[in-house]
Design a protein around this ligand. Structure first.
Ligand code: PMP
Length: 286
């Protein structure tokens, strides 16, 4: 997935590499950066930046908690996103804001280095329909006691990358991580839902479950349509009792799972999963 040639960088549209940090920046050495991701759906002749304010508020809050306080407000970032979109072909894009320090300060001493914010785009042509195979990951979800999951700190995503690599090596598309109590948490960048007898089940929001915006949208839409949703602890031993499963997240949207390890699910044909996908597409393409 290739980033756009132009980016929004500290208030201006510039060529992408003008936003490059120093090779000695702590964003590279320590993963000290905070990011978010949001979809700009192109519908007819306009953009629908899905849940834009929530994404940008989450980004600004995480950056501030990580001492990468952005000089930019949510309103300014929103204007930046639309300035960036104006440079792009009229197709659906994934937008990635990220806060980091460019200065050659390898360690934690950041007093002299003002954080920067860059926002770039990736054209979002992707397969959303083929079900993904999923293994029960041997990699444990990094605990929120080690680093709060809601801040979206770049360095913490080495955990996600490790889980994805292990899954691919084992012949699966992705991996489902357990938390430090051995309960189902989520995949590397998506929340997970299961279906049983037409009801939706998803891990309840402990500190180790990322409170995804897509997860919230799925719950709101299901409840509006009279579909029961249960947020609860899910033990791996429960997996065999489920009829279907899907991932949800900004980039993956709603993606059926064909299995979790040895448990096969006919998720793509499941009417409850189909309903979730159709409702989500109707919302984002409105
Ligand atoms: N879990 C993790 C670990 C994530 O990084 C993401 C993506 N931000 C999600 C779940 C899904 O969150 P959202 O729906 O807000 O994209």
């Amino acid at each position: 997935m290739r980033a756009s040639d132009h980016v929004w960088f500290d208030g201006r549209i510039v060529e992408r590499e003008q936003a490059s940090p120093s090779v000695a920046s702590n964003c590279l050495h320590l993963g000290i950066a905070v990011f978010d991701g949001m979809m700009a759906y192109r519908n007819g002749d306009r953009w629908n930046v899905h849940r834009e304010t929530e994404h940008l508020e989450r980004f600004v809050a995480g950056a501030s908690r990580m001492d990468l306080d952005a000089r930019w407000s949510v309103e300014q970032l929103s204007r930046g996103a639309h300035d960036l979109l104006a440079t792009l072909p009229p197709r659906t894009h994934y937008l990635r804001p990220i806060a980091y320090r460019c200065a050659p300060e390898v360690l934690f001493d950041t007093d002299n280095a003002t954080p920067s914010v860059c926002m770039f785009a990736i054209e979002a042509a992707r397969d959303l329909d083929t079900p993904l195979s999923c293994q029960l990951s041997p990699v444990q979800r990094v605990s929120h006691r080690a680093i709060p999951v809601t801040w979206k700190v770049s360095g913490a995503y080495a955990n996600s990358c490790h889980a994805e690599t292990e899954a691919r090596r084992a012949g699966f598309d992705t991996g489902l991580l357990l938390d430090d109590r051995g309960l189902v948490a989520e995949t590397s960048t998506s929340n997970v839902f299961f279906v049983r007898h037409g009801r939706l089940l998803t891990p309840r929001l402990t500190g180790d479950i990322f409170p995804g915006i897509t997860r919230q949208v799925v719950i709101e839409q299901a409840l509006r349509d009279g579909i029961a949703v249960e947020e609860r602890d899910i033990d791996p031993s429960h997996l065999e009792a489920f009829n279907a499963a899907f991932l949800c997240g900004t980039l993956s949207e709603i993606r059926p799972l064909s299995c979790v390890g040895p448990h096969a699910y006919a998720s793509a044909a499941d009417p409850t999963v189909r309903g979730v996908i159709d409702r989500f597409r109707a919302l984002t393409h409105a």
